[in-house]
Design a protein around this ligand. Structure first.
Ligand code: FES
Length: 615
């Protein structure tokens, strides 16, 4: 119940103010607007009543002849405090028994958040009034955001997908920007681990990249995926502190710093390499300088970490741009671990035949780069894709050198490599099940290289193209036997009343891992010219419903990006078929979906204890 508010200046003379007003936040009376609640004599002693006043949820209580009001939403999980009970001035939430000082809202649990308490008064008209600050709604929103951030930190520490989901839902409902949530996750993931760049921070970056292409109903779920993965890879203890070099009158030149950086990465001395990166950041060198250091070191070795070092470094720079380099001092650090600790494939027997072929080419890099920059030539991406899929890597790398010397843009070769990787993925036979990561790695790596050539091009980076081409060639065995790809014109033996029904069927095929049927449906959908954005949202939803791992997210992003880059219908088709195959073929669980759905139900005020399948 509520009526038009009266300001404190309009307070009738002689109104009774409760002596012990709650004092969590002492407000000047002129800052308050008093709202009538209900007749004071309708309360039993110890009774609580709920009110909704001007957008604020309140629980008002009478206890030992005095009145009190607090936020009606328990800071733990939102249970209505008006349903709680009061014992000796202590308000007890009945759901998980958190206890609060009724007068001030202080929580007795060491790590529990306080309840906001509000001043109340009984006036001459016999009604109970509550004083809300002007701008209480905005203040409440800020409180919820700050509480949500603390809750998120706790959820990450506890590795609880439900608490993470609850914090994300609360933050989103309070109007926190995704950028704030992603920045917190990136910073936590970098700071609370001594490990390298993790799948969690990469997924958060992918959430930022794909935000507008995913159904808004799936936004929370996307964030929860990244944050849960971060919680699993962090221990809660902090990375040892490292500082940039002390300022000196004469600073080191970049050539020296880069030589040192490569030397320390080569020697696997992470601490020294980290300090150099931190010094560059501290001295205000921009992304292009930092990126040049990192990508040169990443390609100093052969396909470092199955391409992950280069791929994660690209994600790191995308993430830093997204959060406007807020917290860069921490977010930059993990990539050094990827540079020093991941497999260098020149040390593996698998690459023993390619190293002697590539080494002579790498002695000519400066020449190749010079010619490339001086000349200009077009690349038939579709034809060169077939070249890259050839059986023997020796003529392939020779042709790459020839194209580069002719002046072909390296990004076009990366696009062809990405297209070829899509074909490798679409032709990946289900019987190879243990090697799915390999096709995802080359697909994501080729796309990362395409991105990096746009902001940190160099002669040294050309090595990344040759590394990728050789790895793609090694994966030809994963297409033997090659899986069927739906033929152009191939359709399902059923008709659909609407596009929505068709997409529902897509979801069903995915649920039952009917991989080939899902691919034929996508083939038909594209040929019928239906809305591709809706198909992309459906595919993203299929992925997000599962406890998906990083490679699935990577494949999704690459498919979306390269679908948009090309006008070639067959190339477009192949990217979406590759993503469909990769995502629908994985057999997973749905714990993250259930945690997020429960958190969202709670936020809507639904009770988890109620069945949701009643008629
Ligand atoms: S203690 Fe209040 S909702 Fe858990």
């Amino acid at each position: 119940m509520s009526i038009a508010p009266r300001t404190s200046q309009e307070t009738p003379a002689g109104s009774i103010h409760i002596e012990d007003l709650p004092t969590m936040e002492i407000m000047e009376e002129t800052d308050l607007v008093y709202h009538q609640l209900c007749p004071a004599d309708t309360f039993e002693d110890g009774e609580g009543k709920p009110f909704h006043v001007d957008g604020t949820h309140l629980a008002a209580f009478k206890f030992e002849d005095k009145f009190y009001a607090v936020d009606n939403r328990c800071p733990h999980m939102g249970y209505p405090m008006s349903e709680g009970s009061v014992r000796d001035g202590v308000l007890i939430c009945h759901w998980h028994h958190w206890e609060f000082d009724l007068k001030s809202g202080a929580c007795f649990l060491a790590f529990g958040d306080d309840l906001k308490a509000f001043p109340v008064t009984v006036r001459d008209d016999g009604y109970l009034y509550v004083g809300l600050a002007r701008g209480e709604r905005a203040a409440a929103k800020r409180r919820v955001i700050e509480r949500g951030k603390r809750a998120l930190e706790r959820g990450l520490k506890d590795r609880s997908s439900f608490f993470i989901a609850k914090a994300v839902t609360a933050l989103a409902d309070a109007g926190a920007k995704p950028q704030e949530i992603i920045q917190q996750g990136l910073h936590y993931g970098a700071h609370k681990s001594s490990d390298g760049w993790s799948s969690g921070v990469a997924i958060l970056t992918l959430a930022a990249n794909l935000w507008d292409e995913v159904d808004p109903k799936d936004h929370n779920l996307f964030l929860v995926h990244g944050l849960v993965q971060i919680s699993r890879r962090t221990t809660g203890s902090s990375r040892p502190y490292r500082a940039p070099f002390p300022q000196t009158k004469e600073e080191h030149d970049l050539t020296t710093l880069k030589r040192w950086f490569r030397y320390f990465v080569d020697k696997r001395d992470g601490g020294a390499a980290e300090r150099i990166l931190l010094t560059l950041n501290d001295r205000g060198y921009g992304k292009s300088v930092l990126a040049d250091f990192v990508f040169t070191a990443a390609t100093d070795f052969y396909f470092t970490g199955d391409g992950h070092a280069l791929d994660f470094a690209n994600k790191m720079f995308e993430a830093l741009d997204y959060v406007e380099w807020d917290g860069a001092h921490e977010i930059l650090r993990p990539i050094v671990i990827d540079l020093i600790s991941r497999t260098r494939h020149e040390e593996t027997s698998r690459w023993a035949d390619s190293v002697p072929v590539l080494e002579p080419i790498f002695t000519r890099l400066d020449d190749i780069w010079k010619e490339n920059q001086a000349n200009e030539a077009e690349l038939d991406i579709s034809a060169f894709t077939q070249t890259l899929l050839g059986d023997d890597f020796v003529p392939i790398v020779a042709e790459i050198e020839e194209k580069l010397r002719a002046g072909v843009d390296p990004t076009d070769i990366c696009r062809a490599m990405t297209y070829a990787s899509a074909i490798r993925t679409a032709r990946f036979h289900l019987k190879n099940e243990g090697d799915w990561h390999d096709v995802a790695n080359i697909y994501s790596y080729a796309h990362a290289l395409y991105c990096v050539f746009q902001y940190a091009p160099s002669a040294d980076l050309l090595r990344g193209i040759f590394h990728g081409a050789v790895f793609l060639n090694y994966l030809r065995w994963l297409n033997m036997p090659a899986a069927r790809i739906p033929r152009p014109g191939q359709r399902l033996d059923e008709t659909f009343e609407s596009v929505d029904k068709m997409l529902d069927r897509f979801q069903e095929f995915a649920d039952f891992q009917k991989v080939y049927e899902a691919e034929i449906l996508v083939n038909q959908y594209l040929e019928d010219g239906h809305d591709v954005d809706a198909l992309k949202r459906a595919l993203a939803h299929i992925l997000l419903r599962e406890d998906a791992e990083l490679h699935m997210f990577q494949v999704l992003e690459v498919a979306f990006r390269h679908y948009a880059l090309t006008d070639d219908t067959e190339e477009k088709r192949m990217h979406l078929l590759a993503a469909t195959r990769y995502i629908t073929a994985q057999k997973l669980m749905k714990n993250i979906l259930w945690s997020t759905e429960n958190a969202e139900r709670l936020a809507r005020g639904e009770l988890l204890s109620e069945r949701d399948d009643d008629d």
